[in-house]
Design a protein around this ligand. Structure first.
Ligand code: HAM
Length: 445
């Protein structure tokens, strides 16, 4: 009989395995705590939306919409649907559909998988996770600054260094149109230097040509008219206002006049947090203002600004800094020998969980429950603070041995505790003795 074919994951779509899960959890918990501390509220939107939502929000002539979307026809009813390539469009759709901004401004956050059919490489996947924050109904630069500083606080709390902020203002539509006309004229004067992609974009999206990676075009692009020089009074005042708040709060940035972003909905502020530690895909977080979008999607004009972080990239960065002091799998590991001991351990584990502690019970495998010694090895490997040990002697005396597993082997204490006192004893030792300060992550280099 031939072996059945092995099925593997789709290219560019990754499993997050238990070994990495604690790091993800740490990152997610830290981020959620910070978002909450700034008043952001969680929203969950569907992974699938109508294709036209993304085409209209992100823009028809963008890489995402032109060539990266997982779009399909619903075979049941012929609807044109797409796996979301990003979270802003869905968040805006939900805000409009449920009239969420009716009673004043709203701060929202989301996390979840996004899908783009890109060429996979380090830091670039076809399914990837984003954490995003979007603020609706605020027009001043203070909220732009708040979003940026929220990120800064997150990098600090995660212990992430070597990340810099790039900032730009791309003005409003009218300012961009004037710039665009001059830009097209400039590129037309240098048509002999344009590559095929740039020629294709010349009239559809000339701003994106400024983003080219083609070395042969760098010098010519460097001399192109700068959008910053076309900003009117209001756009300039907004940009200056943002820079002033950042300066006052000691947030460092560089103004990058060539930062234009790959989605069409932006106006005024755009920013990216970039690191050199991850190779070519060094942008860990990106965002900006998109004041016209809500009206474009049929709502009442409402200013908006937000960002999204690439979660895989940030996890990579956390890994590059060394293993963080991993939280154990559990607080308590239950070790037992004999049928009655196992029954007692099972029930006692439930009582310890009732008290709010995490307990792993040693369970039988195809090779049995194993000796005390092999069970103790598992207990050590679990990262538990204590092993609760019940053997035949303990059953006979109505007690358990409670052994501390942290610290050097010689210093590990073992105490005999009456069964009815085990829960209190553990709570005392674990909750009483530990400071549960998860404010900052500590790394072992
Ligand atoms: P974006 O620049 O397309 O913006 O993506 C934001 C972040 O998601 C990127 O900086 C990167 O960290 C991560 N990312 C994007 N594509 C991939 C990929 N293929 N693999 C791994 N990570 C990736 C947006 O999505 C906007 N919705 C951000 C925003 C929110 N603007 C305003 N509000």
């Amino acid at each position: 009989m031939s072996k059945p074919e092995k099925i593997v994951a789709i290219k560019g779509m990754n499993d997050i395995l238990p070994g990495d899960a604690p790091l993800w959890e740490l990152f997610e918990n830290t981020t959620e705590t910070i978002l909450k501390s700034y008043g952001y509220q969680k929203i969950v939107t569907p992974i699938v939306e109508e294709t036209k939502l993304f085409a209209r929000a992100i823009g028809a002539v963008t890489d995402i919409v032109e060539k990266e979307m997982y779009s399909f026809t619903d075979s049941m009813n012929g609807d044109q649907l797409t796996l979301r390539p990003e979270g802003t469009a869905g968040a805006v759709r939900a805000v409009l559909e449920h009239n969420l901004a009716y009673d004043g401004p709203k701060r929202l956050w989301y996390k979840g998988p996004m899908f783009r059919h890109e060429r996979p490489q380090r830091g670039r996947y076809r399914q990837f996770f984003q954490f995003g924050a979007e603020a609706f109904g605020f027009s001043g630069p203070d909220i732009d600054a708040e979003l940026i500083m929220l990120c800064r606080r997150l990098w600090d709390d995660l212990g992430i260094e070597n990340v810099r902020l790039e900032l730009n203002s791309i003005g409003n539509a009218e300012e961009r149109n004037r710039h665009r006309a001059d830009l097209i004229a400039y590129f037309e004067r240098h048509e002999d230097l344009l590559d095929a992609e740039a020629k294709r974009r010349l009239h559809a999206n000339p701003l994106r040509i400024l983003d080219t990676k083609n070395p042969a075009m760098q010098e010519m692009v460097g001399g192109a008219p700068r959008l910053l020089d076309y900003l009117g009074e209001e756009s300039l005042a907004h940009f200056e206002g943002l820079k002033k708040i950042l300066d006052r709060n000691a947030i460092q940035y560089t103004v990058n006049p060539r930062l234009v972003r790959g989605l069409d909905y932006y106006n005024r502020t755009v920013f990216e947090w970039v690191t050199d530690e991850l190779g070519a895909q060094g942008t860990i977080c990106a965002g900006g203002r998109y004041d016209p979008l809500i009206e474009q999607l049929g709502g009442k004009a409402t200013p908006a600004v937000g960002f999204a972080m690439g979660m895989e990239r940030i996890i990579e960065l956390m890994k590059a800094m060394g293993e963080p002091a991993a939280p154990g799998q559990c607080d308590v590991y239950m070790v037992h020998q004999g049928e009655e001991a196992q029954m007692l351990a099972f029930t006692l584990a439930e009582r310890i969980r009732d008290a709010g502690l995490d307990v792993v019970l040693h369970c039988a495998t195809p090779s049995g429950v194993g000796s005390f010694k092999s069970q103790m090895k598992k207990a050590d490997a679990s990262g538990a603070a204590f092993a609760v040990i019940i053997g035949e002697d303990e059953v006979a005396q109505g007690v358990a041995a409670v052994k501390s597993l942290r610290g050097e082997a010689g210093e590990q204490q073992q105490e005999t505790v009456a069964l009815e006192n085990v829960v209190d004893h553990l709570v005392d030792q674990i909750v009483g003795g530990h400071d549960h300060d998860h404010d900052h992550v500590h790394y072992h280099p």
